[in-house]
Design a binder for this molecule. Structure first.
Ligand code: SF4
Length: 404
């Protein structure tokens, strides 16, 4: 059993009903999307060796903390596992760890994999939240992204999820795509060739809210070096929107979804009241989490460690009785403070000044007074109820706010 545990701060946080979260990484996909920079592989012949290795890792951390109030199974694409394997895995996790009765239990699913039988299996396992990787309701954009599903398949998948009785669902979308019209610039029907225009993004958003999801994630497309989409861009075959266009997308999206009842609670995330992702909030609020599986990260409250990303190396370590940890770092007070700024400015809740002072030893308002006053004048931050919060305009430049 690992001697590594949540630190004292975590044990205190448990008393305040702020328990650690558990993340399981399933690193397999049926095929690689054109933009994907996540760690995942398409060689599913490793699954029979991966699942016992994952169980060995679960054994190492048995009793890591008193209990978890979130379980998040992500990837990769967890729904490429056979449903009986996924069901057995969740059952084993429940035996090894105490998952609270009211836990948020999320599984990421690809619309192309959603069947009545998979949904019934997930319901039997106690999964109460699905995160569905839709990305777009435009077939041209889906083809450009190399997704496995069409817009119609996505719509019918969401309907099936609702019919199966899932009340808490999240849709993942991507904006800032190149034009997907398939024409050259002269014959492109869009007003502005090369970039998918805001009306086409708005049409995806309208379809999304028409399905009344509880949660919507809107990620800006980033070009990951070496991916097929980045190579197309390098060859000049597609052009991404400029920064100023993306800033407009961000602000217009925020206004549109807030007008339709979705709280913009993190740079990329919107939720109906009470439907924010409890698991992801732990990452942003520096609450400890345990991550199992290749490339998974864990945080004890002071130390961060991450696993080997190679599936073969991960399996090899566990078969040889070693923890599959690639590396670890212990954060100083100063690093914790910097991270708290970086993460806090990404959330509408902002940075709790008192918590910041007790964790990092810094009085933010006293030490950065001039800067905070300037950002306030510029309409990027506000101070309210003991929190330093980014405004909508501030969230658009959240990462640079953290450099104050
Ligand atoms: S499904 Fe997700 S993890 Fe898999 S290749 Fe596509 S973007 Fe990457």
């Amino acid at each position: 059993m690992s001697g590594w545990r949540p630190d004292h701060e975590t044990r205190r946080s448990q008393e305040t009903d702020n328990l650690p979260g558990l993340y399981i990484h399933i690193p397999f996909c049926l095929r690689k999307c054109a933009y994907c920079g996540f760690y995942s592989i398409t060689d599913r012949s490793l699954i029979p060796a991966f699942l016992p290795a994952l169980r060995r890792e679960i054994d190492i951390y048995r009793g890591w903390t008193a209990s978890f109030d979130t379980l998040y199974i992500g990837g990769g694409t967890p729904s490429v596992l056979h449903e009986e394997d996924l069901e057995a895995l969740i059952a084993d996790i429940r035996i090894a760890f105490t998952i609270t009765a009211d836990a948020e239990i999320t599984v990421e699913v690809n619309p192309a994999d959603i069947t009545e039988s998979l949904l019934a299996s997930l319901r039997r396992s106690g999964v109460n939240r699905l995160s569905i990787g839709i990305q777009s309701f435009d077939d041209g954009s889906l083809a450009l992204l190399g997704r496995r599903h069409t817009a119609l398949q996505a719509i019918s998948a969401v309907q099936r999820v609702r019919d199966a009785g899932f009340e808490n669902i999240g849709l993942d979308l991507i904006y800032g795509l190149p034009c997907s019209c398939g024409h050259d610039a002269a014959s492109c029907p869009q007003e502005q060739h090369d970039v998918a225009t805001y009306p086409s993004w708005l049409s995806t958003l309208n379809t999304a809210i028409g399905m009344n999801p509880d949660h919507i994630s809107c990620y800006q497309l980033t070009l990951e070096e070496g991916t097929p989409l980045a190579q197309k861009c390098d060859r000049g075959e597609v052009v991404l929107p400029e920064e100023s266009v993306l800033a407009d997308f961000f602000c217009n999206t925020s206004k549109f979804l807030e007008e339709n009842g979705y709280h913009h609670y993190e740079v990329s995330n919107f939720a109906r009241p009470g439907r924010e992702s409890r698991h992801n909030r732990k990452y942003w609020n520096h609450v400890p989490y345990l991550g199992l599986g290749p490339a998974a990260h864990s945080f004890s409250g002071r130390e961060r460690r991450w696993n080997r990303s190679s599936v073969e190396a991960y399996i090899g370590d566990l078969e040889s009785g070693r923890e599959p940890v690639e590396s670890r770092e212990t954060l100083s007070d100063e690093q914790l403070g910097l991270e708290a700024l970086f993460l806090g400015f990404r959330t509408r809740r902002g940075i709790c000044l008192e918590t910041f002072r007790s964790r990092s030893g810094q009085d933010l308002l006293a030490e950065k007074r001039e800067m905070v006053e300037r950002l306030t004048r510029e309409g990027l931050v506000e101070i309210r109820d003991g929190f330093l919060r980014p405004t909508r305009a501030g969230m658009a430049v959240a990462d640079s706010l953290a450099l104050i």
